[in-house]
Ligand binder design. Sequence first.
Ligand SMILES: Cc1cc2nc3c(=O)[nH]c(=O)nc-3n(C[C@H](O)[C@H](O)[C@H](O)COP(=O)(O)OP(=O)(O)OC[C@H]3O[C@@H](n4cnc5c(N)ncnc54)[C@H](O)[C@@H]3O)c2cc1C
Length: 640
Amino acid sequence: MENIQVPVMTGTVADKRPPRQPKAKKFDVGIVGGGIAGLYTALYLQREGHRVHIFEGTERIGGRVHTHYFTPDRDQYYEAGAMRIPMNKFQDIFFDLVKYVNARVSDERHISLIEYILATNNNLVYINGVRPQVTAFDTTPFLIGWPDIPERYQRSTAGELLVAAVDPLIQRLVNADDFEAEFRAIVKDFDQFTFRYYCINVMTGWNNSLVDFVETMTSQTNQFNLSVPELVMQSLDFGVKHWRTIKDGMSRLPEAMAHLVGLENITFGARVIGIGVCGERASITTRGYNGDLKVEFDRVVLAIPPAALRMIVDRPRWDLKKEMAIRALHFEPLYKMGLRFKMRFWERVKPRPSVGGQSTTDLPIRWIVYPSNGIHAEGAGDASGVLLVYSWMTDATNWLPLTPLERQNVAMTCLAQVYNGLKIDGKPLNIHDLFIESADHVWASSTATGDAMFLPGQFAEHFDVARRREGPIYFAGEHLSFHHTWIAGAAHSALDVVRDILKTPQLPPLGPLTPVHLSEPVHGVPPGVKAPFYFQPKNPMFLGTPGSSFNVPVPGHTSYLWPHKGYANDPASGEEQPVESSGDDGGDKGDGESEEDGGTVPKLPGYLGMLDKNALGVVSAHIASPNARAAWAMGRVTFT
Ligand SMILES: Cc1cc2nc3c(=O)[nH]c(=O)nc-3n(C[C@H](O)[C@H](O)[C@H](O)COP(=O)(O)OP(=O)(O)OC[C@H]3O[C@@H](n4cnc5c(N)ncnc54)[C@H](O)[C@@H]3O)c2cc1C
């Protein structure tokens, strides 16, 4: 976009005015990826007066923030991606972002934070077929007969051992005036080592078997083969006592952010397949269901994980170090399955009911995570509920070869083993009788492949070069922050990019004190173009076929095509369900149909995108519009 030249007035009136400052250049910025990093970048640049457009490869906003709603009823969801936020100063950027968003969205989109319970004293442990009467962190090698443990550590708990290993380095970070400088010092000293090597060589008398024990009880298989700084950062966050989650689902955050950015500034179903540099500008080529689109921008931000960037093969070759970093940066595989039951049996089972927190097993399911939402809701005792199983690293990869039905069977068999012999209301618990349905997300086979968790040497060797801009092209994402695997990390990396683009290193994070009207947000609908470009979802996978994760509202109908429902053993609940008004849910998420949506599109907990009435309008005025075919003022547009 060109600068708008304000004509200089001459004569007496103009002479009395202070001389005009030249306006700072306003950029058109193309952002690839609609995860937190892309959205944060867009929000920030837009409020500084720049014009942004996000290209999201899928039909959903939020990337790895992904709440799966089984039904529109309260608490019938699981967090397939991010689910909990520790309340420490390193996560301030998240809490500030929530306040920033809340100051600007309608009540309906307001984000409420509720307590997240990380662990309770009643959570179960199930190791090698044994269910000791302690929690995972309180388990000792002696208690479960772990082999080859030096005598002096036989009665040390897993929690004590982990703290002894990481605390000296954590204290350095917690007490540092300059976090980044201290983190870099730790990188300099320890980045070349795996955490396992560190434990065996720095901790007196530890052997491999003791490391295996601590890893099994406090982490997941082979995670201690990652670099020392990664495990220190992870322990720093998981050592926090108080946690929060978002009421009615984490997806409410990216959805609210997207509404602030403006749905007309986001193109869904637009997988970017090419990046080019044209002088000082850059181009994005994106492929949708009805053709390719090439757009030029002043700046391009690639807010996508390295696995996704690597698969954009039509792009400049950067120097060998940069390409090596893109190839190498290690992501740990992650796997989650949500299982919905007719009652929240885990809260009623005797003798050890789990009200929140998570149980630890050495089975393929590894962790059983109990929902913190809905614990005290009215009628929760008898209502259906959802728990999830969660695996990392090798434990996550092991699910890959299985079909969805096989995965469901494995998870159910594991859960039955853990709960074998426990009672509910005085009778033996049979979880198969209570099961309704499941859904899962194999992150290892999605574009991100998991979360960034670097191998030894990668912080020292690849981190800075991976973050470095290449001409008009900038890079963002959680992997490019010091705080891997957190929403906070994605937001930090986006803030770094915004500072870099605007050449203002001191820009503060978005927060409660950010003035609402520092400058009017600029919306990207170019003059003369009524409907911005939207890919029309013609592909069958977008039409709600079984197995699809996408829901297209059918204008004029009240039905709603549900996402992948897993494999319900109850045919009655396995069918697609029409969405009726569910009555007053007493919350802020809306309740079924509303006047606003004309009774045709159900309002679901935070569901965004094309379900939105306004977005629907845009979808129907898609590319066929001759105006949209005209040059899009953000740059030159080519349809092929
Ligand atoms: C299972 C799991 C549990 C987690 N738990 C927590 C937690 O409890 N707390 C927490 O704070 N964080 C958690 N995280 C981490 C957090 O979700 C991520 O750090 C953060 O969401 C990453 O945001 P991002 O924008 O960097 O990347 P992403 O969210 O991956 O966004 C990238 C986006 O780019 C899109 N994209 C990719 N390729 C292309 C392309 N070629 N063209 C167009 N679009 C493309 C993707 O579809 C995606 O929407 C978890 C993550 C996972 C997977």
